[in-house]
Design a binder for this molecule. Sequence first.
Ligand code: GAL
Length: 644
Amino acid sequence: MSLWYGGDYNPEQWDPAVWKEDVDLMRQAGVNLVTVGVFSWSSLEPAPGEYDFAWLDQVLDLLHDGGVKVDLATPTASPPPWFSRLHPEALPVTADGVRLTHGSRDTYCVCAPAYRDAARGIARALAERYDDHPALAMWHVHNEYGTTCYCTFAAERFRGWLRERYGSLDRLNEAWTTAFWSQRYAEWADIEPPRATQYLVNPTQYLDYRRFWSDELLAAYLDQKAVLREHSAAPITTNFVFGGWVPVNHARWAAEVDVVAIDHYPDHAGIGAEEQTAFGADLARAWAGGKPWLLMEQAAGGLNTGERWHTKEPGRMARHSLSHVARGSRGALFFQWRASRGGAEMYHSAMVPHAGADSARFREVAQLGSVLPRLAEVAGSTVVAEVAILWDAECWWAMQGTHLPSSSLDYLAAVRSAHRHFWHADVTVDFAAPDADLSSYRVVVVPSLYLVSDETAENLAAYVESGGQLVVGYFSGIVDPDVRVRLGGYPGAFAELLGVRVEEFHPLSGEVALASGGRGRVWSEDVEAVSAEVVDRYAGGVLDGKPAVTRRQVGTGTAWYVSTELDDDTAADLVSRLAGAGRSAGGLVETVRRRDGGVTWVFFINHGDADAVVPAVGTELVAGAAVNGELVVPAGGYAVVREA
Ligand code: GAL
C-alpha cells in the first residue's frame, strides 16, 4: 500500500507540448495519482453525442508511461454550453426564482430529466472507453455535489419525497406544524420548496428540503455509479465538499462510495487553519467509519476565499498534508497540478505555479513528494482516539433555519469550538454519529444537539449508564426530528439524564461571569439542578447564583451539562479534567497516534516557531533514524515515529 500524491490535472487547458513536461515534472515531484477530466465535458463531447476522446487517450497513455495513475472523473459538474442551449429548463433556479445562465460551473439542476440523461450518457461513454485502461485507478464522479435548485422539477421531486416520508398530508401537516400561520395543506400539489417568501420560513419545510436535496443529489450520484459499475470494477468515489451551503449528509453518503474523499480549503486565520485542518480530517475519518479516506483536494499555496487571500508560508502546506495523513488520509492531493493561465480560478495556487517549476512552491511540492513514500507503512492503520464529539448534519441544518431564539446560536461553531479545545490540549478526537456505538470512548461531547431523536437520547443515556463521561452542551435536546419542541422543560430529551430543568433561555449579547472566575458567552439558561450537583454558577446578571455547569452520576458514568459557551481557559480546565491531558511538549505540537495490530506510529507536527522536544522511542521514518527517548521536532517541521 502506498500513499497517493498528486492533484487535479486539467490538460485540456494546455497545448499538447506541455503534457510531456507535465508528466516529467510529476515524476520529479513523486506524483502517483492525478484526477483527470473533472471539467472537460465540452472538450470530450463538443456537440451532442459527438465525442472527442483522442486527446484523453493520449494524456492517459502519457501518464501511464510515466507511472502516474488516474482518478478518472465524469465531467458532469459543468455541462457544455450546447446542453444549456438545448435544455434551458435544466438550468438551476435560485430560491429567489432567478434562473441562472451559463458561464460559470454547476449550472444544472439534478432533478431535470435531460441533465440526468446527459450525465449518464457521458459517464457511459467514458466507462466504455476507459474501463480497461491500465492507468485507471479510480472513478471520480462529478465534483463536489452540493448545488441546490428550486425549479419546478425540484418541486415535483420534493413532493414525491414528502409522500414517501409522511405517507399522508395529515402526518405532514402535523410534522410541519402547519396550523401555525394558516399553512395547512389540503393538496400535495400546493407544497413548494422553501423559495423566497415574505417572512420567516417554516422550519420543518426548510429542514425537509435539505434532507430531500441530500437524497436527490445522492440519487444522481448513484445513477452514474451504476453506469460505471456496469463496465468497470475500479473503486468509485466523489469528492465531498463541506460548508454551510452544502445540503449533503456525508455520513449517509459514505456508504455509497468506495473511499471517502474530501476537498479541504481551511479559511480561518492564523492557527485557526491548523485547527480547521484537524477538524475536517477528523470528520472525514468519521464518515469513513474510522477506515482510511482520501484528501482529494487542498491548495498548494495561497488562495482567495472571497473574504481574503490565504497564504501558505513555507512548510505550512507540508504540515497540513501531514495532519491529514496522520488523521487517516491515504495521501495528499491538490487542486490543481498546474496553475491555469486564464479562467475564473487563474490565481488559485497550484503544484506548478505560474512561475514554473523553478520556484519555491514546486520545490516544496517535490520535497513532500519525496517524504510520503517513506511513510507508506502507515497507510492501512487506524487512528487511536478516546474522545468522541457527536456530529449530526440534520441538527446543523435544523439550526440553519430562521426560527431560533438567537441568531448567535451556531451548530458548526459550537462543534468547532469543542474540537478546538481538545486540539489545543493535543487530544485526538473522533467524530461520532448520533446512533454510533460509543462504548469505546472515555468521553463523549455533545455540542448544541438541538434536534434529537428518542433513539439518540437513549443511546447517550446507555453510554453514561455503562460508565461513560458525557458532556452535553447548551441548547441541546430541544426539538424532535420534526423540529417540534419537547415539552415539559428544556433540555427536553436530556433533562432527566442530566438531572436539570430549564424554564427559560437567556441568550447573551456579551459575556457573563462564572463563580469559578471563568466567563460564559453566546448563551445562558435559567438552570434548576433537580438531581445534579452544581459545578459552577453564574455570577452577576439575571442568573446570579444559578447553576451554569452541572454534573450527575448515572450508573457508573457521569453526565455533565454546560449551559453556556465557556471561555477558552475554562474549557481547557474542563478538558483536562475529563481527558486528563495537556500538551506534553508545550507549544503547538500536534500528536496523533495510529495503530495496526501490534504496531503503532506517532505523528508529531510542530506548528510553533520554536523547536520542540517530544518523548519517543523507535524509528523516525522521515530521516530513517533510531530515536531513544527524546526527539527534536524542528519549528514548523514534523516527524513520524514507528514506536518500538
Ligand atoms: C474546489 C473545487 C475545485 C476548485 C477548488 C478551488 O472546491 O472542487 O474545482 O474550484 O475548489 O479552491
